[in-house]
Design a binder for this molecule. Structure first.
Ligand code: ATP
Length: 248
């Protein structure tokens, strides 16, 4: 594990509605400049863990009941989700949330709303998103509801980038998208990681694509982290892949 992680999750347990146990002991860390894949089948607890990291569980009547989560050395349990965004912990939720009646550019600009400083930098940040996803530049004046699923996911990611993440957290960005689009999205994330050192935590059921781009991976099974390994090692170990990830 990294020495000075930007995110550290240790022995975390969580429940919904005070009763339904969803996490029973999760350990995970993201080093500065790393891409970490959070893998596991449907219902393993990936979304619950990501909600816990952004302190979004209370909104789902969920609670972290044990363990500790720190971002940049600080305990996250005291910070609101919006404070966490302002301090650089930015999450793109599952299901590519865009405002369908707003244009692509208006959606992107909503990502800059929480910023304390003036408008300076907003134009540069928009240009950065457009150079990362040229399709969005072409559709900047199109309502998001009229763009493709891939373009909506790119818009959701671009909106997150407008909040200037230090740790970018993504929940299942490949969901429902064609393989070519998924690769386009992951290679854009990889470029941000390589060129700017952006730290990334990405939950994926699509382990093949996540392992292709990640440095390390943590596997969740029934709310427990059961394996942590280098992505290269996991990719090459067919036996482990079959056992933990259904051979996908
Ligand atoms: P998916 O890929 O479907 O999102 P996941 O690995 O992210 O799967 P979670 O969504 O975190 O898994 O679900 C973990 C467990 O918590 C499951 O048993 C699920 O039914 C339960 N759960 C998730 N959200 C809620 C909720 N809002 N209220 C009650 N139980 C929930």
């Amino acid at each position: 594990s990294p020495e000075n992680p930007i995110l550290s999750v240790s022995s975390v347990e969580a429940v919904y509605n005070g009763a339904i146990a969803a996490l029973h002991g999760v350990d995970l860390s993201v080093g500065k400049g790393e891409i970490i894949a959070l893998l596991g089948s449907n219902g393993a607890g990936k979304t619950t863990l990501l909600r816990a990291v952004s302190n979004l569980l209370p909104a789902e009547r969920g609670t972290v009941t044990a363990g500790r989560i720190t971002f940049d050395g600080e305990d996250v349990s005291r910070a609101s989700p919006s404070q966490l965004v302002r301090s650089g912990l930015v999450q793109v939720l599952e299901g590519r949330h865009c405002f369908r009646s707003l244009t692509v550019e208006e959606n992107l600009l909503t990502g800059a709303l929480g910023r304390s400083s003036s408008r300076t930098g907003v134009k540069a940040d928009l240009d950065r998103v457009y150079s990362l996803f040229p399709r969005l530049a072409e559709k900047r004046r199109t309502r998001s509801g009229l763009t493709s699923g891939g373009e909506q996911q790119m818009t959701a990611i671009g909106r997150g980038l407008m909040s200037r993440p230090k740790l970018f957290v993504l929940d299942e960005p490949s969901m429902g998208l064609a393989p070519l689009i998924v690769d386009e999205i992951f290679s854009a994330l990889k470029r941000l990681n390589r060129d700017e050192g952006l730290s990334i935590l990405v939950a994926e059921q699509n382990s093949a694509v996540a392992l292709k781009y990640a440095d390390r991976a943590t596997v969740l099974e029934n709310g427990v982290s059961v394996l942590e390994a280098l992505a290269d090692d996991l990719r090459q170990r067919a036996d482990i892949k079959t056992y933990y990830l259904g051979g996908s």
